[in-house]
Structures are given as C-alpha cells and as structure tokens.
Design a protein around this ligand. Structure first.
Ligand SMILES: [Zn+2]
Length: 263
C-alpha cells in the first residue's frame, strides 16, 4: 500500500514519542520505588502517582505520570464511563468546555459528535461566553464543564444557558473544586486561586437544582481506592495573605464531587 509523506513521518515520530514516554515512566518508577502504587483508569498505568506543586500548595499522589490526569480527571472519567455504559453515545452530541487533554481522546472516540468551547483557549471549536451561548435550544446531549463555574460571578446565568442548550433527555456534568465546608463568595477573582470567584462548599451543587430537574452526586468515596481520587492537601494553612477569604479545612485528604445535572 502506498503511504503519504505525512503518514511515513507520523509513524516514526509516534514511535519516538512512545519510547520517550516509556523511558520517562521507567525513570519515574525507579526514583519512586517505595511510594504507594495506584492505577489510572484512563491510560491503565499502574505505579506511583506524581506529587504536584500548584499555586495553592503541594498535593501528593495527584498526577498520573502516564497521561497527566489529576485526581478530578480520573474521577470524572470513571463517572462518564459508568453513565455511558447504558447509553449509545455514537448517537449523542457533546460539548466540552475548557477541554482537558487527558479526557479529549476518550470523549472524541465515544461520542458521535464532539465539539469544544472556551472563552479564550486556543484550538477549540467555539470561542463563547458560557453566560450567553450562541447555540440554539436543545442542541446537545451532554455538556461538560469542569472547574469552570468557579470562575463565573453570575453562575446562575451560565447554568440557565447550559440547561437551555441541552436536549430534553440531556445532562450536564459541572464539577467544581470543593475548597470550603460552606460556599464563600469573593468580591473579585483571586489570581492566587486561578481567578476563582468563590470557595465552593459541599452545598454549592444545590444551586444546580434551581435550573435542572435532578442532580445526582458522585463522591471520591464511591470508587476503589486504587484509582486515588482524593486531594491530599494541607488546607489548615488557610486563610493566607494570598487567599484571605479561603477558609481552613480540617484533614489532609479531601473528597472530590462530580455532579450530574439532568435536564
Ligand atoms: Zn493516566
């Protein structure tokens, strides 16, 4: 069979990338032989996860070194996979806001139609404001927007718009970081917290009930420990100079929540 020039170069390039990735994983494993081992449901890597150091502080056992998926990504993947188990996604249309690289491949493969959107991210299909969407009513079967609401002051407007563009049997998956026991609104976006406009609490997901007929919540506790879906973060140090309104939280192992909002 005749190959195009692009295909001829693509194969060795893919091969080299694969070798580089395997070498990196091997070095990481050798350097972390005594660390606890986990399993990534997305890329099937088994071994220690990487600790990360983010703007709000360090988190242990956070990132899969195979695909880069964080605690919340692995949790969201498990939830979507469980939901799609009983559905024919090849007939479904999905809109993915602020698309995460580690989830894009799976969504693109499973859904008959897969589109991406963001306010200003490069490489998406639509540059749109979630509070004022240009799409007709009842367009999508699934809207996915993770850690997006937490940056929107008038989040009710965004919820109303998402509900509007969902088909009658559609659903929206709208997780936000739980960083407080009870939701605290900030007067302005905080650059030291990724421009978040609030510290969402476990009560935050109740707001979705004003716009959607039913809200179902999945917890990190719903899944086997081997996937490591908890955020190991010392939140006793808040409030801080950079995050003056973020409250302290007890414990160093924090639950992640994935809410499913049904139209
Ligand atoms: Zn992975």
């Amino acid at each position: 069979m005749k190959r195009t020039i692009e295909e001829a170069f693509r194969t060795p390039l893919h091969f080299l990338r694969s070798v580089k990735r395997r070498l990196r994983l091997l070095v990481f494993r050798l350097g972390n032989l005594r660390k606890e081992k986990f399993e990534c449901p997305i890329c099937h890597y088994i071994g220690p996860f990487e600790d990360v150091n983010r703007i709000t502080g360090p988190r242990k056992h956070a990132a899969c070194p195979g695909c880069g998926a964080l605690e919340r990504h692995r949790h969201q993947y498990l939830v979507v996979r469980a939901i799609l188990d009983s559905l024919d996604a090849s007939q479904m249309k999905m809109l993915h806001f602020a698309p995460e690289d580690c989830l894009k491949g799976y969504f693109c493969q499973r859904f008959g139609s897969y589109e991406t959107a963001d306010l200003d991210m490069n490489g998406v299909d639509y540059h749109v404001d979630l509070q004022n969407l240009p799409f007709p009513d009842s367009t999508y079967d699934l809207v996915f927007a993770s850690h997006v609401m937490v940056c929107i002051p008038e989040d009710g407007k965004a919820m109303r718009e998402i509900r509007r563009i969902l088909k009658p049997n559609g659903m929206a998956i709208l997780p936000d970081p739980v960083s407080s026991e009870i939701t605290i609104e900030y007067p302005e976006p905080n650059p030291y917290e990724g421009y978040n406009v609030r510290a969402p609490g476990f009560d935050y997901f109740d707001r979705y009930k004003l716009y959607f007929s039913r809200v179902e919540k999945y917890s990190s506790r719903s899944w086997p420990e081997k996937y490591q879906l908890f955020e190991y973060e010392d939140r006793r140090r808040f409030p801080s100079a950079e995050c003056p309104l973020r409250p302290a939280m007890t414990g160093e192992r924090h639950e992640d929540v994935v809410p499913i909002c049904y139209a």
